[in-house]
Design a protein around this ligand. Sequence first.
Ligand SMILES: NC(=O)c1ccc[n+]([C@@H]2O[C@H](COP(=O)([O-])OP(=O)(O)OC[C@H]3O[C@@H](n4cnc5c(N)ncnc54)[C@H](O)[C@@H]3O)[C@@H](O)[C@H]2O)c1
Length: 696
Amino acid sequence: MVGTASEVQGGVAVVTLDNPPVNGLGHELRTAIVAGLDAAQSDDRVKAIVLVGAGSLFSGGADIREFNTPKATAEPTLHTVIRVVEASAKPVIAAIGGTCMGGGLELALACHYRVAAADAQVALPEVKIGLLPGAGGTQRLPRAVGVEAALNMIVTGATVPAAQLRDSALFDSMADGPLLEHALRFAQQVADRRPLPRLRERKAVQPDAEAFFQFARNTVAAMVRNYPAPAKCIDAVAASVDKPFEEGLKLERELFLQLLHSPESRALRHAFFGERAASKIPDVPSGTQSRRIASVAVIGAGTMGGGIAMNFLNAGIPVAILEAKQEALDRGMATIRRNYEASVKRGKLAAGKMEQRLKLLEPTLSYEDVGGADLAIEAVFEEMGVKEAVFRKLDEVMKPGAILATNTSTLDVNRIAGFTKRPQDVVGMHFFSPANVMKLLEVVRGAKTAKDVLATVMQVAKKIRKTAVVSGVCDGFIGNRMVEQYLRQALFLLEEGASPQQVDRALEKFGMAMGPFRMSDLAGNDIGWAIRKRRYVEKPGLMYSRIADRLCEQGRFGQKTGAGWYRYEPGRRDAIADPAVDKLVAGYRKEHGIAPREIGEDEIVERCVYALVNEGARILEEGIASRASDIDMVYLTGYGFPMHRGGPMLYADMVGPYNVVRSMRRFAANPHADPSFWKPAPLLEKLAAEGRNFNG
Ligand SMILES: NC(=O)c1ccc[n+]([C@@H]2O[C@H](COP(=O)([O-])OP(=O)(O)OC[C@H]3O[C@@H](n4cnc5c(N)ncnc54)[C@H](O)[C@@H]3O)[C@@H](O)[C@H]2O)c1
């Protein structure tokens, strides 16, 4: 039930915040709180009012299901509820158990008293979505816990145990037993005390405030240069010290609205909701019964197999890892151990935990040892023949109902499923390297993959802390299919006059974790070479710069060979500009009669990012991705796309599809360009014509 139940116990009215799962302060709950308070005011039996959360927590804050709907701003707003609470003629006591976050904490701060359960936790996490607490949190929290502690909480959004703040004015009493009983006793004790204490009437004091806030501003500027919210949090908290309460509130409101309309907050909110949306598959109902996954088999203990296995070990799930040869198995096991040892050395993992995890790992050369696993993930060589042999064997040995997954990057999942008599149990689980670190998991849905298999894999992904995005079957799935166009464009830029350093610098300034040439050197230039060789046969009409082939012909595969688009000192990863590459590029241009020109950073960024956008649009219209935000999640979590820009599709929305198409027309007119590259995808063209966006 959404709403509050008010009852009177010993002169105390109990108003319960009841809106599962986190007692989010949605419109119905806000209305019910005001009604509960009004009823308590006019009830002569009532001397005090306790606000308590239903279930095990107070409130997680705003109801995110209401975001971007009229209900979010409908009266009574949270501001109104807070005013009603603060103005109550009878004392209002917040009984805080479990989590008390965001608007939930701002509501509690407006109460006259707060009592907390020993294990309660508080936070103002708004900064994480590029905002600041906009319902008085920046003014009341410093008055409750002191300026420094409040500033830390607000700027970082960190969750703090209530026990840590027990001596501050945030809590009037800590419960040693059941919270509600304690709160009722407390309420009876304070029922007749007047005047009612209000945090707004306290002073927020900070010695040497000016120097203190300047130091905070400098620190924040150095740490989060792409985000305006932390600096504005500081401005708001500073106002709690040097402005009267009402003026501080006014400034808080202004700064909140500025942030609400900032592209950075839009991007962070998009990523926040995008993550949740990605876990839902349009035609797989949320109640779909999933299969039990209590043990996993990994086939192949190479680069990917080892990393994949570690994910499950870290989640406490036993793994049998299978190799074809003892030597490869030993190598794989040693790598896993070495990776854990490195974490222990860095202080990230307790030595005991490492042993616990390794105990869950069983190396084997025999399929007999893996047949009982609930999920098998294949990560053997990227050759159809090898995959075929493995899947035929898995079909033979795995128990009925086991899920058979492939980590293939480029092969057809439907063909792989066809090697078994149970294609409904086959799915792609495309991890990214290093698989124990990268957040992204593309879940590749075959033509026959069963819905409960998809539901299960999405759940498994959550358990191993991955961001799972569903992709249909196509060459490269979502991420690599788009990156191919991005890299193709980067090579055209090179032909026309840019250097690898210029291209990388422009895109890194835009915010990419790594420019395309540094990224290729890291991944191995031979991988792209193999894909291009295939393309030359499959699509002979497609225009490709052959410049990268020249590089590969020299054995410059990147970091692993000590040279690629850059050179590398032994044992180091710094990319060092290499005159040999400049010479190679200059020779290529001369051979092809290309007079190099200066290319500006804006052009570099636009051409590379719009290459992503156009392919993303095709992926959407083909139904390979279900929504634009899924594509954005792939790029934010798997390809180092800057979080503050929200992903390529949101970026296109911010520029406006109309403007993206105009730029593409301009690029197509470039005498060197391949005009077919810049032909806008029909979906992009349609959105541009209708003045609409990818993300609605
Ligand atoms: N490396 C990446 O960045 C990356 C990223 C995503 C997906 N993938 C995909 O993951 C798969 C594995 O790639 P990798 O980079 O780990 O390769 P790898 O060469 O490092 O590992 C493959 C392992 O499989 C073993 N193997 C080969 N045939 C086998 C068989 N019949 N039975 C058991 N084991 C066998 C090999 O001995 C080797 O240890 C490929 O399909 C690849 O496309 C790779």
